[in-house]
Design a protein around this ligand. Sequence first.
Ligand code: UD1
Length: 348
Amino acid sequence: MSKNILVSGGAGYIGSHTVLQLLLGGYKTVVVDNLDNSSEISISKVRELAGSFSTNLSFHKVDLRDRPALEKLFSKTKFDSVIHFAGLKAVGESVQKPLLYYDNNLIGTINLLEVMAAHGCKNLVFSSSATVYGWPKEVPCTEEFPLEATNPYGRTKLFIEEICRDIHRSDPEWKIILLRYFNPVGAHPSGKIGEDPRGIPNNLMPFVQQVAVGRRPALTVYGTDYSTKDGTGVRDYIHVVDLADGHIAAVRKLEDPKIGCEVYNLGTGKGTSVLEMVAAFEKASGKKIPLVMAGRRPGDAAIVYASTEKAERELNWNAKYGIDEMCRDQWIWASQNPYGYGSPDSTN
Ligand code: UD1
C-alpha cells in the first residue's frame, strides 16, 4: 500500500520539486500551503509533470496556524509522515518583522506538531538550513558544529530544531529528520517549475536570473575582499532536484526502527564563488550579466560548504548535479517563465 505524506509548504520552490519526486516515487501526497509566498500554479504544473501519478496529489489552501483546518485534514487521512517546509525565509524581512517570523514559523510548527501527536503521526522531516551554523569557523560544516543563529529567521530554524530534539526526548516514538539545506538553486529540467520569489530577490541566483531576462539592470556583488579564491563569497549550491531527492531518502529513512531525531546536511560538499556562479550562468544562458561591485552584505559569512559524508553514509543519498546543470536548468525555467508563475503586471 502506498504511503500517505503530508507536505506543508508544498506549493513553494523546494516543496513543489519534492512533491513531484514523491508522486513519481509512488507516494500519495497531500499538500497544505497558505500561498502567502507561492502560487497554486506550481501545483497544476506538478500535476502535469506527474502524469498518471497526479491522481495521488491533493491540495488544500491551509495556514498551519489554523488549527481546526489542520484537525480536519488529520481526521480525514491517516498520514505516515509529514514533510514540513512551510515558513517565511527572508533574512532582511525577519530583522524588520521578527514577530511575523516567530508567529508564522514557530506557532505554525507547534500547531502542526500538536495535531500530529494527537493523531498518532510522529514521523517528521523538517526543512532546516545551513544558517544554523552561523558564521562557521572552518569548513566543511559537519552536523556536529556548534549552532548559532544570526537573525530572527535563522533563530526560527534553530528553535524548531531544538523543539524537535525536545519532543523526541520526551516521547521516543517520534522519528524526526532535520535536513540542513545549503544553497538550493536551479529548477526542474522541464522548465515547468522553479523559484518565483515575490518582490526583489534576496538570494543570488533568482537575482541573476532576473537580470538575464531583463527585469533588473545589474547584479550587485556583495563583497570582493573576502579571503576566497576571487574575493567573493563562497557557497555550496545544490540543484533543487537533488535536494528534493534528499527528502525522499529521508522519508525512507524514517522507516528505520533505529532512527530517533537525526540531522543531515544536504549540500554537494563543493564551494563556488559568486563570480564562478555568474560565469557558469553566463555560459549556460549566453547572456551577459552586468555586475556592480559593492561592499559586504551585513551578516554574510565568507565561506560555507557542507560535509556530505553523513547523508551519503546514512541516507544513501548524494547530489548528482554540478553547477553547469544547475545553471542550465535555471535558465530553461527563466527563459520559459521570465515572470515566474505570474505576468509582467503581477510582479515588481
Ligand atoms: C541566505 C541567507 C540564509 C538562508 C539562505 C537560503 C543571508 C544573510 N543569508 O544565505 O540565512 O538560509 O539565503 O535562503 O541572507 N550575493 C550577491 N548579490 C546578491 C545576492 C547574493 O553578491 O544580490 C552573494 C552573497 O553575498 C553570498 C552569495 O551571493 O556570498 C549567496 O547569497 P544568497 O543566495 O543570499 O545565500 P546565503 O547568503 O548563503
